[in-house]
Write a protein that binds this ligand. Structure first.
Ligand code: RIB
Length: 293
């Protein structure tokens, strides 16, 4: 089983030809309300890619919370430890332009109230094959989860998004760090992804720097270096492509695929996801991934 300790957001998505500049009003093409959140997205991606998944986090006691829980349950994800807290669920205000690129504002809501692990969370993490983390829950809780996993010998896969400085205690507990090229530059000060990868490997045993339509770079402290090409597709909406990549990558690693195969599996899943609109609406099922790899 793979555990995901992270955020669930209701995504409020406006599709436009061109994103508005500051002070500008533009007319959109469509608006959708779609379950998302980096944590929930990774959980759904991993479940659809074939893993048993537990999702740990929080939703509010509003209608969005009910819908977010329902989409996780529908994906077959274990949600017995998903808290329902008084107040609003997390939301993400997303603008997707005509080229499929997005900009996102997250308002944490219930996610921001998850400040520590419960004993049941800790037990679930300790019983997992891997723990997936992102940075849309409070940093102290993310760090506590990483330390609990490390204490139990469970590999920790961290997506350092939204970008922010990482405490040493968290980085020390990470097995595999998966930043995009901007996050890698923020973490290392190097705008060159290959150099950033080398610098990250001074801190963590393995890292993947994702490069969007340019693919991904993988490295490990044992000396492996790999570049995987992205699968060329026409992107409709890149929202949650990174989350899909990480969820699928975790499944491939849990199934014992070697890095080159695992990266290919994850790249195929991400390429399938960008061809559909939305977050939880875009992640492929295992049969689709297998047919395309
Ligand atoms: O990574 C994509 C996700 O970021 C969206 O689903 C949104 O909720 C934000 O968390």
């Amino acid at each position: 089983m793979i555990s995901v300790f992270g955020s669930a957001n209701m995504d409020l998505v406006a599709y436009v030809d061109q994103a508005p500049k500051l002070g500008e009003t533009v007319t959109g093409r469509a608006f959708h309300t779609i379950p998302g959140g980096k944590g929930a997205n990774q959980a759904i991606a991993a479940a659809r890619a074939g893993a048993e998944v537990a999702f740990l986090g929080a939703v509010g006691d509003d209608g969005f919370g009910i819908a977010l829980r329902a989409v996780l349950v529908e994906a077959g994800i274990e949600v017995s430890l998903l808290r329902q807290l008084p107040g609003a669920s997390g939301i993400a205000h997303i603008v997707v332009d005509g080229g499929g690129a997005n900009s996102i504002i997250v308002v944490p809501g219930a996610n921001g109230e998850v400040k520590s692990l419960t004993p049941a969370d800790e037990a679930m993490i300790a019983a997992s094959q891997a723990l997936l983390l992102q940075l849309e829950l409070p940093m102290e809780a993310v760090t506590e989860a990483a330390l609990a996993a490390r204490a139990a010998g469970v590999p920790v896969i961290l997506t350092p998004a939204p970008s922010q400085p990482l405490p040493d205690a968290l980085l020390d507990a990470v097995t595999l760090l998966v930043p995009n090229e901007h996050e890698a530059a923020d973490l290392t000060g190097s705008p060159d992804p290959a150099q950033a990868l080398d610098l990250l490997l001074d801190r963590v045993p393995e890292a993947v720097v994702t490069l969007g339509s340019k693919g991904a770079l993988y490295g490990s402290r044992t000396g492996d270096r790999l570049r995987v090409a992205a699968i060329p597709v026409q992107a409709v909406d890149t929202t949650a492509a990174g989350d899909t990549f990480v969820g699928a990558l975790a499944v491939a690693r849990a199934e014992g695929l070697v890095p080159a195969e695992a990266l290919r599996f994850a790249s195929v899943a991400a390429a399938l996801s960008v061809q559909k609109a939305g977050a939880s609406t875009s992640m492929p099922h295992r049969a689709e991934i297998d047919a395309a790899r």
